[in-house]
Design a protein around this ligand. Structure first.
Ligand code: GDP
Ligand code: IMO
Ligand code: MG
Length: 432
């Protein structure tokens, strides 16, 4: 099996970390191809719970080589804190390699992310404040600092000085902050150079050669389809390419080497941060209570910022869109267990936009803001399903719920999650 891509189908936190960890034991490389430490993946292995941000979830599988590829933005302080914390728990990070082309998140971009949000006030995006947006903007603006610059102090200094000419104007004149000196930025970055140097590789070449040898590469996306800068709910998105196309540009693996595209999708929907969300349960009364119940039972609090996640029902319009944009071959359905105990479970099958029915994502942001969910109401179940291990052992109504979702989501379901642990998974078709 050559390369597989694994991405999120909704607004993130679908359970990509658990799905990647489950495949990690059977693949040779797990590659993070986009985003940075805005991601938060919780992986539960028996008694142990790991919260990963920057490291690919494959770090927990001893046989596989974790790769931070060129499409990632890297906060060096966070990287080494995460490595140290995992090693202190007995997880070896010795095999981790980092692309020479990945961009670094300088401290001034963390500052700019936070002050920009403050200045936006009511129009803020609700970013994670980790400097992600400004660092990708610098990359496109061609004033970014890359991992390879750490290997040449003269070049590093030149690049930081050039970037600060622009950045300091913005910090001082727009946001009323103190100017930053090149010395402090260079010194902080260089303090990590010797630890980073042995891990730096041409990861595009490394991965292509691995594929030539018949080895298996899993490309793990951070964030998700509707947070993708091109295909998401712009401007309420992250700043990277979180869809399957981004797996190629973000890793240097050519599109014709990708064999499978696995999308992780939750049995309901969540979102962190601002932006439209048609099936969100808000307001007063029964809806708010259902939203609160999903949040509580599903433990829907951000792994990165601790913010409560906004919760709502499953949206098949979004699933079909994710299937199309990513070329999904397999869906991994997660958190079915959270839906136990509802009498009826609403599933959004289309939108009503100002009196018109939409079965596809509306073309404009204005229409998406006006989209009202059209629901089918499916029968619920009361039995605890967290101990179930085969599809046939699920209550009949849970089986019918899964079949109904699958029929409208645009690609087959290959596995179903009934709890956070590695073991709490029903396999319908092998993914590898
Ligand atoms: P990611 O960002 O897509 O990796 O997802 P997160 O880790 O941020 O959020 C998913 C959460 O759901 C984590 O706490 C997982 O441990 C948990 N989880 C994953 N699959 C299941 C499942 O099938 N059932 C339940 N109850 N929890 C799950
Ligand atoms: P994982 O990989 C959920 C959201 C933020 C904000 C928007 C932009 O765990 O699924 P950013 O800091 O990226 O500029 O913020 O994107 N966001 C996520 N939401 N899960 C994530 O990652 C996210 N990463 C970013 O909340 O709305
Ligand atoms: Mg997450």
């Amino acid at each position: 099996m050559p390369a597989l891509v694994l991405i999120g189908a909704q607004w993130g936190d679908e359970g990509k970390g658990k799905a990647t960890d489950q495949l990690g034991g059977s693949v040779d490389y797990v590659v993070k191809f986009n985003g940075g430490n805005n991601a938060g993946h919780t992986v539960v292995i028996g008694e142990h719970t790991y919260a990963l941000h920057l490291l690919p979830s494959g770090i927990l599988s001893p046989g596989c080589t974790p790769v931070i590829a060129n499409g990632v933005v890297l906060d060096l302080t966070v990287l080494f804190e995460e490595i140290d914390a995992l090693e202190a728990r007995g997880v070896s990070c010795a095999k981790l390699v980092v692309s020479a082309d990945a961009h670094l998140i300088p401290s001034y971009n963390r500052t700019l992310d936070r002050v920009a949000e403050r200045y936006l006030g009511k129009r803020r995006l609700g970013t994670t404040g980790r400097g992600i947006g400004p660092t990708y903007a610098d990359k496109m603006n061609r004033i970014g600092i890359r991992v390879q610059d750490l290997l040449d102090e003269g070049i590093l200094r030149q690049k930081v000085e050039a970037a600060l000419e622009m950045k300091n104007q913005i910090l001082v004149k727009v946001y009323n902050r103190k100017a930053v000196t090149a010395d402090e930025v260079v010194e902080e970055m260089l303090s990590y150079a010797e630890r980073l140097r042995p891990r730096v590789r041409d990861t595009g070449l490394l991965l292509s050669q691995a594929l030539d040898r018949g080895e298996t590469v899993l490309l793990e996306g951070g964030q998700a389809t509707l947070l993708d800068v091109d295909h998401g709910t712009y401007p309420f998105v992250t700043s990277s390419s979180a869809t399957s196309g981004g797996a190629c540009t973000g890793s240097g693996i050519a599109p014709n080497r990708i064999d499978k595209v696995i999308a992780v999708v939750k049995a309901y929907t969540t979102r962190v941060g601002e932006g439209p969300f048609p099936t969100e349960l808000t307001g007063e009364g029964a809806d708010a209570a259902d939203g609160e119940r999903l949040r509580k039972v599903g433990a829907e609090y951000g792994t990165t910022t601790g913010r409560p996640r906004r919760c709502g029902w499953y949206d098949t319009v979004i699933a079909r869109y994710a299937a199309r944009v990513n070329g999904v071959t397999d869906f991994v359905l997660t958190k079915l267990d959270v839906l136990t105990g509802w009498d009826k479970i609403p599933v959004c099958v289309a939108y009503d936009v100002d009196g018109r029915r939409h079965e596809e994502m509306p073309m404009t942001q204005t229409d998406f803001h006006h989209a009202k969910p059209v629901y089918d109401y499916l029968d619920g179940w009361t039995e605890d399903i967290t101990g179930v291990r085969t599809f046939e052992d699920l209550p009949k109504n849970a089986q019918a719920y899964v079949h109904a979702l699958e029929a409208c989501s645009g690609a087959p379901f290959s596995s179903i999650g009934v709890g956070p642990d590695r073991e709490q998974t029903l396999e319908l078709r092998p993914l590898l």
